[in-house]
Write a protein that binds this ligand. Sequence first.
Ligand code: PMP
Length: 359
Amino acid sequence: MKTFNFSAGPGCLPDSVLKIASLAATDYEDSGISLMEMSHRSTDVMNLFDNATSRVKSLLKIPNNYHVLWLQGGASLQFSMVPLNLLPDKGIADYIETGSWSTKAIKECNRVGTVNVSASSKAKNFSYIPKKLIQNESSSYLHFTSNNTIYGTQFKKFPDPLNPNGYLVADMSSDIFSRTIDVSKFGLIYAGAQKNMGPAGVTLVIIREDLVGLNHREIPTMLNYKTHVLKESMFNTPPVFSVFIVNETLKWLEKIGGIEAIEKINNNKAKKLYDEIDLNKHFKCPVNIEDRSIMNVPFIFKNNSFSDKEFLAFCDKRGLKTLKGHRSVGGFRASIYNAMPEAGVEALILSIREYTRNL
Ligand code: PMP
């Protein structure tokens, strides 16, 4: 029986990539040694980083005045690095609060400067994306989380900063490489790898050249983007194996046809699943229709006397794993990242139909 992993993160990776990774774990390209044992100063590893960086630039069509960095500390460290590096002394930044991750980003920015919460959907348990923003006109940047992994909402249209000298900063951890984006609208984009790119341990940062080394304050060397730009992400020992898997996942994405192709596939997978949930008389999706994520699909029983546990066990027996919803939403969440095949979504739809047939 084929198993499908619907985990929200770390998320599923393409089978072919996992096979290549297992080979590299023992014998990297017939060198006789594991990639995990290789020096990051070796030509092989430096080439690997160059290739991964070039792939990111070409897949996302990144303009020349941006740097691509491979950092550690997860997306969570970016919550601090962004304001430490970008916010002037006594500066203000706009943040849109659309879920727990943006709340955490707001908390860290507040340690450095002043946050203006431009909009929040907290009062409605983050079930929608706020469209009306109240921005501060002298704000340095406007920060938002493009896809809210826990609540299953997603910005379909990106907001514009009010300040003409301002720029967008986005946490794209759970939808990077899933749809086309215009990088030139952003000052900085960050994303933990463990959903659409690879395993945990590496965070992709894309930063506009003029925002590197702003020198607003004394910050630890490792938290300064300039350190990593100058040393091409090799100031300290980088997570080589994670970057290797990212590079392989991006090769897989290129073979499919790149971002335009995967975006169509993702839209189609999501539509099929939402259609089933909407039509099924026992389930519903708690998210505002126009803001529904194409990556994370939460759904709940309409009747709360039905047992979530039983349905999860039913799915589990069919090889459909990790469907439990986040505790703040309840019910179920199907994360259908790039590497989730359409067959996985179809298997889930069948399970939903079969389970509810006799309820
Ligand atoms: N932002 C978003 C949108 C997330 O889904 C997550 C969870 N992976 C994070 C930030 C935190 O990421 P990390 O665990 O890499 O710090």
